[in-house]
Design a protein around this ligand. Structure first.
Ligand code: SF4
Ligand code: SF4
Length: 102
């Protein structure tokens, strides 16, 4: 089954845009999170783009090539291939990745 990609909806003031981004304003700060979901595996990966440096450690470490860098940020278009090893979460130097299994 094809992975779905959509935004996080945890805060009431979230503004959802057409390309599934959400910007949350908290105490004057800005947080941008992108959420990738696999219906087949019932897992979710969230990437905090305020923390993501785009250096690609997650791309390098993932054994099933879940991640791709797009415009200098990590994306997880192949989430359906995830084997839930948690290597991406452990490798990320800025704790930008949240994975429901890790
Ligand atoms: S390892 Fe973390 S900081 Fe590096 S590209 Fe991946 S998500 Fe971004
Ligand atoms: S948990 Fe493992 S297989 Fe899944 S995205 Fe992270 S590194 Fe890849």
């Amino acid at each position: 089954m094809k992975a779905r990609l959509h935004s996080v909806d945890t805060l009431h003031k979230a503004r959802k845009t057409s390309n599934s981004w959400m910007r949350i304003r908290l105490n004057g700060g800005s947080l941008t999170v992108k959420k990738f979901e696999s219906d087949a595996l019932e897992i979710t990966i969230e990437i905090d783009y305020d923390k993501c440096t785009g250096a690609g450690e997650c791309v390098d470490v993932c054994p099933t090539e879940v991640f791709e860098l797009v415009d200098g940020k990590s994306t997880a278009p192949n989430i359906d291939e995830c084997i839930e090893c948690c290597a991406c979460v452990e490798a990320c130097p800025t704790q930008a990745i949240k994975h429901t299994s890790c």
